[in-house]
Structure formats: structure tokens, C-alpha cells
Write a protein that binds this ligand. Structure first.
Ligand code: IPD
Length: 254
């Protein structure tokens, strides 16, 4: 069969081509939560190819979940898929979009693959075997001082006044703590890849879905970084303590 890397690159070609074309855009949980026919097409292609090879495996994928499939992780081998991460960027032709595929067994993440579709960067991580971008080893930054950090975050899809208030007050807290900068690039998986490669020092976001996180978590851990929920160490802990939670609920409770 085909080399899996080549297969991911072929999917990215579909996305890259569609990026500059007219799109049919629909909304999901809010007016800022977008989906296009390309998200569906790419997700269907990934699942059908993987299902041919691994008929007993399970799938958790963004658009299938949006269509009503339950999002529950079991011990079975499970592929966790975001067909286009950065759909809003994709809709606007902003060239920061990725395909993200993670794989878990016994609820443990084994490997992750994220492909930056327009810059042709393939990020991979395999548990115990390191993280790479186009074969170059990835290492997170060693910065532990928030006042010397470049911090990444994403806005998330909610636009109600309470959420926005918390979002801005969290950012304000980090800027009061004199972070060098806070960046929003519109793709959580690619932001997390920047973290893995040391191009940013920290990342936080509320409302991240499992498909935004699965592949990136392996890549960050293998690059020497940590991924935490509400507790953790050093700078991650400082940020967690500084900011207030915005409640988006959990994927497996919907
Ligand atoms: C979203 C993007 C966005 C982030 C959301 C994600 P999607 O993924 O990464 O930047 O704020 O939390 O769900 O919908 O483009 O796959």
C-alpha cells in the first residue's frame, strides 16, 4: 500500500487546493464555529482509508461528533481525528491550517501526526521515540519565567459576554505578569506544534476538544513539554493559577 506520510500529504493537497476556492460554510455550536464540505470530505477519506486497514479500530472525529456520534474513549485502539484544524482560517484563506491524527490504545496516546497544509511541515510524535518536524528533532523551550515568555492561546467559538470577559481578563493577567507577547494564530494544533518546537514557551486554552489535543499532546510530551488540565508544574502551573476557567464542558459528557 501507500506510505502513510504520502497519504497525509495527499489529503493536505485537497485542503490546499480548496483553500483558494469558493466554499460552502455552515455553522455548528455558534456563529464562529465553522465547517465546510472539505472538513467532511477529508474526515470521510481518513476514516474510510483507516477502516480498510484496521477494521476493528474505533474513531473519534470532529465532524462525526458534530453529527451526533458519541465521543467516548474506550480501551480499544482509537484514532482521534481533526480533518481541518483552523477551519475559520481555511474559510478566510488564512494559510494556517492542519490535519491532525492521534492514536490511543488503552486510553494512552501512542502517536500523533499533524500536517501544516500550506507550509508542508509534518509534525510527528511517538510515545518513547521523540517528536520531529520533517525529520528534525523537536524540543520545547526551557523558559520557566512568565515575564520572559511568548504565550499562545486561541479564542474558542463562544462569543457571549461572560466568556469574552474572562477571555480578555485572562489575557490581561498574563500581560500584567509581563509576558513578552500573547499570540492567537487560529489553529490550536499548529499553536501546539510551535510550542513543541520551542517557537513559543506556553499555551493555554479553554474549550479545546480531544481532536485538537490528541496528536499534539504526544508531540509536546516527546519534545520534553507538559500538557496539563488544571494542575501542573512551573510555568504551566503559574498560568493555570493566574487565569480563570471558562467552562466549555467535556467532549465525553455531551
Ligand atoms: C478549532 C481551532 C480554533 C480553536 C478551537 C478549535 P477547528 O478547531 O483550532 O483555533 O479556538 O478551540 O476547536 O474547529 O478549526 O477544527
Amino acid at each position: 500500500g501507500k506510505d502513510p506520510v504520502q497519504e497525509v500529504c495527499e489529503l493536505a493537497c485537497i485542503i490546499k487546493k480548496a483553500l483558494t476556492e469558493e466554499k460552502r460554510v455552515s455553522t455548528k455550536t455558534s456563529a464562529a464555529d465553522l465547517v465546510t464540505e472539505t472538513d467532511h470530505l477529508v474526515e470521510d477519506l481518513i476514516i474510510s482509508e483507516l477502516r480498510k486497514k484496521f477494521p476493528s479500530h474505533r474513531f473519534i472525529a470532529e465532524e462525526s461528533t458534530a453529527a451526533g456520534e458519541k465521543c467516548v474513549l474506550t480501551d480499544s485502539p482509537t484514532w482521534i481525528i481533526d480533518p481541518i484544524d483552523g477551519t475559520c482560517n481555511f474559510v478566510h484563506r488564512f494559510p494556517t491550517v492542519a490535519v491532525s491524527i492521534g492514536f490511543a490504545v488503552n486510553k494512552e496516546l501512542e502517536f500523533g501526526v499533524i500536517y501544516h497544509c500550506t507550509e508542508e511541515r509534518l509534525y510527528t510524535g511517538r510515545r518513547g521515540q521523540g517528536a520531529f518536524c520533517n525529520k528534525q528533532r523537536l524540543r520545547v523551550s526551557k523558559e520557566t519565567d512568565l515575564s520572559k515568555a511568548l504565550v499562545l492561546t486561541e479564542i474558542g467559538p463562544k462569543r457571549d459576554p461572560d466568556t469574552l470577559k474572562l477571555f480578555f481578563s485572562n489575557m490581561e493577567k498574563l500581560l500584567h505578569a509581563k509576558a513578552h507577547g500573547v499570540r492567537v494564530i487560529g489553529s490550536s494544533t499548529l499553536a501546539l506544534c510551535h510550542l513543541a518546537s520551542g517557537a513559543a514557551d506556553a499555551y493555554y486554552q479553554f474549550g479545546l476538544h480531544c481532536w485538537d489535543l490528541a496528536a499534539a499532546t504526544v508531540i509536546i510530551r516527546e519534545a520534553g513539554g507538559i500538557v496539563i488540565d488544571t494542575s501542573g508544574e512551573e510555568m504551566a502551573m503559574l498560568i493555570a493559577q493566574a487565569i480563570q476557567t471558562i467552562n466549555y464542558g467535556r467532549d465525553d459528557e455531551k
